[in-house]
Ligand binder design. Structure first.
Ligand code: O7M
Length: 211
């Protein structure tokens, strides 16, 4: 059983808000990122949060510590509840994201392995495992791991223990909610919901399949 997180990658504010409003009753969180924020502005985060749905900011933050802090502070001031960052810039950069999140009462998630076919190129050979250990050492709240590779999710779970796992790749990328729902804390679904003819019906169906 897992939560359902909508990856709201719509590229217009009005479309995004209409989808957010109709799907909100079936969601545990909405993840926003560059596609929506670059078209609608960061203020859309507060508008979505006002619907009563926690907003996760997927900016895959990956810079020097000071810049990471500046980015994360803006995200939380805008009303987001969580930030997603990369681990590869190093321990200090990751720590900056975790500290900003916790100062603002939010959470920080670390991308440890990606879901697309190319995600197996650089996140393999022990790299994802090292990122998981970094996430634990930095006090991060959880990781991102691929629903397209459930065995990898299980392997990474063994490293992070009780920290949360949010897992993308369900729907358009070919994975099913049932592949990972017992392994993860949240299933991330994007296009299969927000491009559906009836996004609310699709969200309802995915919510049921996550339980
Ligand atoms: O269901 P989709 O494929 O339409 O959308 C998946 C969402 O998850 C989309 O917002 C991606 O950017 C994101 N995502 C991945 O698809 N794969 C990853 O490995 C990581 C992410 C992600 O959310 O990273 C934080």
């Amino acid at each position: 059983m897992s939560a359902l997180i909508l990856a709201l990658d719509a590229t217009s504010r009005d479309e995004a808000m209409a989808i957010a409003e109709s799907t909100a009753p079936y969601l545990d969180a909405i993840k926003i990122g560059y596609p929506l924020v670059l078209s609608a502005g960061l203020s859309v985060a507060g508008e979505i949060a006002a619907l009563g749905v926690p907003v996760i900011a997927d900016f895959k933050v990956a810079d020097i510590p000071n810049t990471n802090t500046l980015i994360c502070d803006q995200v939380f001031k805008a009303g987001c509840s969580a930030i997603i960052c990369h681990a590869f810039p190093g321990r200090d950069s990751l720590l900056a994201c975790v500290e900003s999140a916790h100062v603002h009462g939010g959470e920080c998630f670390v991308v440890c392995e990606m879901s697309h076919p190319g995600g197996a190129e650089w996140f393999s050979g022990g790299v994802a495992e090292a990122f998981c250990r970094m996430a634990v050492a930095a006090g991060a709240d959880g990781i991102i791991a691929p629903a397209t590779r459930p065995a990898r999710v299980a392997a990474l779970r063994a490293i992070i223990g009780g920290k949360k796992i949010y897992s993308p790749g369900v729907g358009a990328q070919g994975a099913a909610a049932e592949d990972v729902k017992e392994l993860v804390d949240g299933v991330i679904v994007g296009r299969a919901i927000y491009t559906a003819a009836d996004p609310a019906a699709a969200a309802k169906e995915y919510a049921q399949r996550c339980r």
